[in-house]
Design a protein around this ligand. Structure first.
Ligand code: GDP
Length: 608
């Protein structure tokens, strides 16, 4: 059957990752409907506006005779910046380069002393802290130490654990120059030691080993050296190239020697230079929303100098630097390469690992931020194929592959999480499947849950029982390709997991989120009950849509319906993101300011 879609003769068509058929149609001057028809003929049901996988776009391109080129987010960002005459990879004249401090990340097994070590290092350099305000955790800090007759600075990323490291790498940000691998001498090499080692190797970053807790009577630092030789880290004293330093973070022993070793390793294996002039560029290492100060981001300058008053864009957030604070709470006027500073003045919260840059004016940074936001929304669905989902698990089982089902359980109360876990382990699990609970906890699904799910060797599915993920976390999950499944009834969760384990999972209807709104005000009416004055936070709110009510990330009421919807005084069928509306939830009246109303519809699931 012909659909009337145009045929190409090998012309190149550039599409961004996650483009829809209607985007495709735009590029080739076709009617989107004709492409839907073509896909249907090829055996796939795809709607015109749905974001497509790379495979789908390539398949359709090949079928129609177009050479589809899928543009990665990084390429696209480069192209976007080029529109504003910004080239991040531009060659820098050697005479503009100055030596910069190394940026160090501390990694290692849990409880081996990463946090204590970061504290101890920070204490070696209290001068600034004593002079100024209160030392505060901003996600990174710098210390200065005497070395070879001069003073040298070192920058430490102050988020121990591998999450920050992997999150940044996942976004293509290479922040770390050197990894300090902490291994407790009383415990030796453990699974996360190896994980850390692998991360560092994958990033091609030199390692200095801090053999910690040597103050303990049962410490055996030589055993650590010996164990690590098996992983290719041979100590200098054994003829290898890696510096091992015995330390005891708690009493503060060996810290100076460790810093010395880091500097020696940096000087031996790295060329650490950066231009100090020009507009600043770098990476956001940590960011959060502060009640009083708004969006607060710690950025690490990598090139150029950042100054108060600069217009900057970090990921999809932009703004003008209102103030910069260092790790001691002191105001700083400017920050050069490898200097971490906390920046106030952004209009939104960037993600850890987002790159930032200073640009000529407010308009430029706003336009860059807006275009990035639009693109992120479009791309956020692109990952939905190739995920480790319960359905792919089922496929693997069918094909007789050995596989594991990794889960992260989150619930509203600890009792429900325990009940869920107990029930899961009572399931009759087929031999070829291994069920692993990577983590469990009470409360909303967090960014760190998602990062754990995506960072583990086999991706994990997150089960939310009566709890949800915020829009930001959901976006990250989409981007990382992590599946989150929500349940409000335990047996339903168990049933689905059981079915997946037995290879019987039938995808039926899936919940498709339409939008969410935040309650800003509650009006009491004796006639119609409580009316919620809302602002639509994402998507659209539609009259008659199914809804649930969330308070502090937990579901407080389910099975609700948007029974009336008004924009000002007029009835509305739908209200879009950013607009205010008034609505009622049938005869459900227990609404409070700050609650989130989430609306969704049930759609039949298309199977991959
Ligand atoms: P992390 O999980 O790697 O961040 O480990 P922490 O820094 O939280 O340390 C875990 C535990 O080991 C804490 O109870 C510390 O007090 C203890 N600890 C850390 N360093 C030392 C050390 O050098 N000597 C001794 N005896 N205990 C230490």
């Amino acid at each position: 059957m012909s659909s009337g879609a145009p045929r190409g003769q090998g012309q190149a068509v550039r599409l961004s990752r996650g483009a829809s058929l209607s985007d495709f149609a735009d590029r080739i001057n076709a009617n989107p409907g004709s492409l839907v028809q073509e896909m249907f003929n090829l055996g796939e049901m795809v709607t015109a506006t749905q974001s497509c996988s790379d495979e789908t776009l390539l398949l359709l391109g090949e079928h129609l005779g177009f050479d589809v080129q899928i543009v990665s987010p990084e390429d696209e960002d480069r192209a976007l910046l080029a529109q504003f005459n910004i080239d991040l990879d531009a060659e820098i004249d050697a005479d503009r380069l100055v030596t910069r401090p190394p940026v160090v990340t501390v990694m290692g097994h849990v409880d081996h002393g990463k946090t204590k070590l970061l504290d101890a290092i920070r204490k070696t350099n209290m001068v600034a802290g004593e002079a100024g305000g209160i030392t505060q955790h901003i996600g990174a800090y710098q210390v200065r130490v005497p070395h070879d007759g001069s003073e040298r600075a070192l920058t430490f990323i102050d988020t121990p654990g591998h999450e920050a490291f992997t999150a940044m790498r996942a976004r293509g940000a290479q922040v770390t120059d050197i990894v300090v691998l902490v291994v407790a001498a009383d415990d030796g090499v453990m699974p996360q030691t190896i994980e850390a080692l692998n991360h560092a190797k994958a990033a091609d970053v030199p390692i200095v080993v801090a053999v910690n807790k040597v103050d303990k009577p049962e410490a055996n630092p030589d055993k650590v050296r010996q164990q690590l030789t098996e992983y290719g880290l041979v100590a200098e004293e054994y003829g290898g190239e890696t510096m091992f330093v015995n330390v005891a973070a708690k009493p503060g022993i060996g810290i100076d020697e460790l810093l010395e070793a880091i500097l020696l390793t940096a000087d031996a294996s790295l060329e650490l230079t950066a231009p100090i002039d020009g507009p600043a560029q770098g990476v956001a290492v940590e960011a959060h929303l502060d009640k009083g100060r708004g969006a607060v981001a710690t950025v690490l300058v990598q090139k150029g100098t950042l100054r108060a008053g600069d217009s900057i864009v970090a990921g999809g957030a932009h703004g003008r630097v209102r103030a910069m604070l260092d790790e001691n709470g002191n105001q700083v006027a400017e920050a050069g390469p490898a200097r971490p500073v906390m920046v106030l003045g952004l209009t939104a919260v960037p993600s850890a690992g987002d790159t930032f840059l200073a640009a000529a004016d407010d308009r430029t940074v706003r336009q860059i931020a807006e275009q990035r936001q639009a693109r992120r929304r479009a791309a956020s669905f692109a990952n939905s194929r190739g995920r480790a989902t319960l359905e792919t698990l089922m496929e693997q089982i069918k094909e007789g592959e050995k596989t594991s089902l990794n889960l992260i359980l989150k619930g509203d109360v600890s009792g429900s999480v325990e009940a869920l876990e107990d029930a899961l382990f009572k399931l009759d699990i087929p031999e070829e499947v291994q069920l692993k609970i990577l983590d469990r906890g009470v409360g909303a699904i967090t960014e760190s849950n998602v990062m754990l799910a995506s960072a583990s060797a086999e991706a994990a599915t997150i089960i939310g029982f009566n709890v949800r993920a915020s829009n930001k976390v959901r976006e990250i999950a989409d981007r990382e390709g992590v599946e989150i499944r929500y349940y409000t009834v335990i047996y339903q969760a168990i049933e689905e997991i059981d079915a997946a384990l037995k290879g019987l999972l039938k995808p039926e209807y899936e919940e498709v989120e339409l939008g969410s709104a935040e309650i800003r005000d509650v009006f009491r009416s004796s006639k119609i009950g409580n009316i919620s004055g809302c602002i639509v936070r994402s998507g659209v709110i539609r009259r008659n849509a199914k809804a649930r009510l969330l308070r502090d990330g937990a579901v407080v009421a389910d099975n609700l319906t948007i029974s009336s919807l008004k924009r000002f005084k007029d009835d509305a069928t739908e209200v879009r993101e950013g607009f205010e509306c008034g609505l009622t939830l049938g005869n459900y009246n227990n609404v409070q300011v700050g609650d989130i109303i989430e609306t969704f519809e049930m759609r039949e699931k298309t199977r991959a």
